[in-house]
Design a protein around this ligand. Structure first.
Ligand SMILES: [Zn+2]
Length: 395
């Protein structure tokens, strides 16, 4: 294979997954190939194709000294000479190492290979204040929960957004973490994940970085149209109830109260008895398929014991037309769980509950075709697939 920009008549190539924070510029520095050669090799017509999670063809033989080199962002207003002095290097070697024709050709915010550091993730295109960003999963999916870990120096302020949702960042020993649900009806495609903030100290410099991530189709199945009491699909009833429901999961409590996997909300013998899964597309009384199933349904009878799935604070109990008798628990960091169609409720708003605590009994109140528990998990104001939260510990 003949690759433009690579030495020799042919060169072995490899494919890599583009991590969040990698730009065409940073990858060209990493693999010692010009940006245009890298774009040509991958048949890119636009830099937008370099989304986080994309597969990229790169030369296989990477000089380990290059791959393990450090990186430095050139702050705006700073010259290569100043950077060289700060790093105790000479500017002409810096220019040479970065394939620059001269010390005057660097751009503000440019990513440069520098000696000294040996971060395996370097060099990347992130602002200098951020060492590394882990996006899990890198390829997102409708109804999924995204975990964004930002490794950064202490003291910086951190904000961000994913698609149209504002991220809530919480301080950790390594930097910051945010959890965000992906709405089940988000059209599949590329969406920006944007990180902004200020460096610590007086007059801290503002930084901003944005890169697209891919949200994939979960291929939710279409249920046969359900026949229900017409009052439970009357918009004059369902819209205010939906408004209340969404408002309950919006506040963000800074204290994280859950720990590890969520427990089962039903007795052990019913944990694997599930009658309907999250995300199935629904039609009521022959309507369009504008609805989706926002929770996970467990088998149960009137009187089946229901348990809190993690420690938290009860924020709502009541009787609603569609959802029946409900309990909503705040677990902190914008994570909530809800328990619908109950026959009895044993807790009240303000109560602090523990994981596994009996909080009510199953029933058939509200819009339902029979007794069962409809259980929901909310993350960042969005209903997510509860199965994920039973299978892995977040964050
Ligand atoms: Zn349900």
């Amino acid at each position: 294979m003949i690759i433009p920009g690579l030495k020799g008549p042919s060169a072995p190539v490899d494919t890599i997954t583009v991590r969040y924070g990698e730009t065409l510029r940073s990858l060209s520095r990493r693999y010692g190939l010009s940006e245009s050669a890298l774009a040509q090799l991958n048949r890119f017509v636009s830099p937008a194709e370099l989304y986080a999670g994309a597969m990229l063809i790169v030369p296989m033989t990477v000089n380990q000294n290059l791959a393990l080199a450090g990186r430095a962002n050139l702050a705006s207003g700073r010259s290569l000479l100043e950077l060289a002095i700060v790093r105790n290097e000479d500017p002409w070697s810096l220019a040479l190492d970065n394939n620059l024709p001269g010390t005057w050709t660097v751009l503000p915010g440019d990513v440069l290979r520098v000696a000294g550091d040996s971060q395996t993730d370097a060099p990347n295109g992130l602002p200098d204040a951020i060492t590394k960003v882990e996006v899990d999963p890198l390829l997102m999916i409708q109804g999924g929960t995204a975990v964004i870990k930002v490794y950064a120096a202490p003291g910086i302020t951190m904000r961000g957004s994913l698609a149209d949702r504002t991220l809530n960042f919480f301080p950790q020993e390594y930097g910051y973490v945010a959890l965000q649900g992906i709405h089940a009806l988000t059209p599949p495609g590329l969406y920006p994940l944007t990180l902004t903030g200020e460096l610590s100290g007086p007059g801290g410099e503002h930084f901003s970085f944005s890169q697209d991530v891919l949200i994939q189709d979960a291929n939710f199945v279409y249920d046969p149209s359900l026949e229900v009491d017409p009052v439970t699909i009357d918009p004059s009833v369902t819209n205010p109830e939906m408004g209340l429901w969404e408002s309950l999961g919006t506040p963000v409590t800074p204290e994280k109260m859950w720990d590890g996997l969520l427990a089962s909300p039903v007795p052990a013998e019913l944990t694997n008895c599930r009658t309907s899964f999250f995300g199935t597309r629904r039609s009521y009384n022959g309507s369009a398929y504008d609805f989706f199933h926002g929770g996970l349904d467990f088998c149960g009878q009137v009187g089946t014991e229901l348990y809190a799935v993690a420690a938290g604070k009860v924020v709502y109990t009541g009787l609603l037309t569609v959802r029946g008798m409900v309990t909503v628990i705040d677990h902190g960091w914008g994570v909530y769980t809800a328990y619908n169609h109950q026959s009895e409720i044993f807790v009240k708003p303000g109560d602090l509950v523990q994981s596994g605590q009996l909080i009510g009994l199953g029933g058939a109140t509200g819009r339902t075709t029979g007794p069962h528990l409809h259980w929901e998990v909310w993350v960042g104001g969005v209903q997510v697939n509860p199965v994920d939260w039973l299978a892995r510990a977040y964050p």
